[in-house]
Design a protein around this ligand. Sequence first.
Ligand code: NAP
Length: 231
Amino acid sequence: MTDPAQRTALVIGASRSIGLAIVEQLAARGWTVIGTARGDASELHDAAGRSDGRIEVEQADLTDQPSLAALRGRLEGRTVELLWINGAIPSTDAPGADATVDEFTRVMLTNALGPMHAIGALQDLVPPTGTIAVMSSTQGSITLNTRGGYDVYRASKSALNQFLRSHAARAADDPRTLLLMNPGHVRTGLGGPDAQLTIEEVVPVLVDTVLAQDGHGGLQFLQRTGEPIPW
Ligand SMILES: NC(=O)c1ccc[n+]([C@@H]2O[C@H](COP(=O)([O-])OP(=O)(O)OC[C@H]3O[C@@H](n4cnc5c(N)ncnc54)[C@H](OP(=O)(O)O)[C@@H]3O)[C@@H](O)[C@H]2O)c1
């Protein structure tokens, strides 16, 4: 494994919550970390100010392909050993039959198509030994869906998982490691105030698991603790 001091991670969707904590966790472990925000980047700038130069702040919106292409252009010549696509938005709890076209479109574009566009735009920065991790959710598991709830969000994470399965199947010879990660139910804007877990409890374990897959290759859908999740 390369010395962390020589390794760079790029975290898409790092303005706050879990994404910001991933950036800070990797920087604390000696990585150089480029975190992106789509709008207000004040918390990320604060973290960069405390990071002794390890954290860099960039701009990107998963729903805006030109912004992803522009980010790729600004990173010309860089190598990104870990590309971590974190950004997503929640849906309402409405059943699919009541979901509006507007909500479906926004959530699907952000949570399913956006990460694929980010992979398309940025994956050539990731070397053959590198990792592309995407934040999914157990809510994206079709096997585990016995209760429904937050149907559009669930559908978006299932679509994301399916996209990654297709991506991995099309690039079966690609040695890069592909991960779909579930952090657990975490107290954030998206997870809500009643979630059992805090960001501080989750992120070090999540980062341990992602880094432990270094060089594994193939596609896995994993809990933060490393157990496989049924598709
Ligand atoms: N919290 C949970 O319980 C839980 C459970 C399972 C999976 N997850 C997944 O974990 C990830 C992080 O969740 P979280 O709880 O930290 O959510 P959060 O508190 O709502 O934060 C979401 C992050 O995604 C960014 N984002 C939203 N839309 C974006 C876009 N179009 N382009 C780029 N970035 C965008 C947000 O940026 P802005 O500040 O600009 O809005 C923010 O940084 C998500 O993929 C989520 O689905 C969370």
